[in-house]
Design a protein around this ligand. Structure first.
Ligand code: TYD
Length: 140
């Protein structure tokens, strides 16, 4: 039977909510509470030169929460048929990226920090880095 592929419509912006105090805000992510997968890895992109494009790949299994911890940037998600540009600019908003989608990140503001919470440790074998291979995968 043909396996159902994820689409860009399976991704959503999740409001992680925040604890507001007069001296600033705290946003908390806790496994089994407010994230739909168990976090195994955290990484962040920073010092991204203006005009730079990141990403440009898909993952077979990896699920991610992508957060603009500081500044702003756009994430372009693509399921091989539909393409959606999502602008992130608040530390309490996470884009939930489901597995099997091509993603690119651009429009990084100066000093921005892209925080990524990921469902698996780093494994190069989970990447699809060639766009035509991704389109073949997405069509199957
Ligand atoms: P990559 O995931 O391609 O970066 P981006 O999607 O942000 O453009 O990774 C860039 C490089 O960093 C690549 O050589 C692999 C390495 N890397 C790790 O070693 N561990 C990790 O957890 C990640 C995300 C990347």
């Amino acid at each position: 039977m043909k396996k159902k592929r994820n689409t860009v419509f399976d991704c959503s912006i999740i409001d992680i909510s925040k604890v507001h105090t007069i001296s600033g805000n705290i946003t908390v992510v806790e496994n089994d509470k407010n994230i739909p997968f168990a976090v195994k890895r955290i990484y962040y992109l920073y010092d991204v030169p203006g005009g730079e494009l990141r990403g440009g790949h898909a993952h077979y299994e990896l699920e991610q929460f992508i957060v603009a911890a500081s500044g702003s940037f756009d994430v372009i998600i693509n399921d091989g048929t539909n393409r959606k540009r999502v602008s992130l600019n608040r530390p309490n908003l996470a884009l939930h990226v489901v597995p099997g989608l091509w993603r690119e990140l651009d429009n990084f503001s100066s000093g921005s920090i892209c925080l990524v919470l990921a469902s698996h440790i780093y494994e190069e074998s989970d990447y699809i880095r060639d766009y035509n291979s991704f389109l073949d995968f997405a069509k199957r």
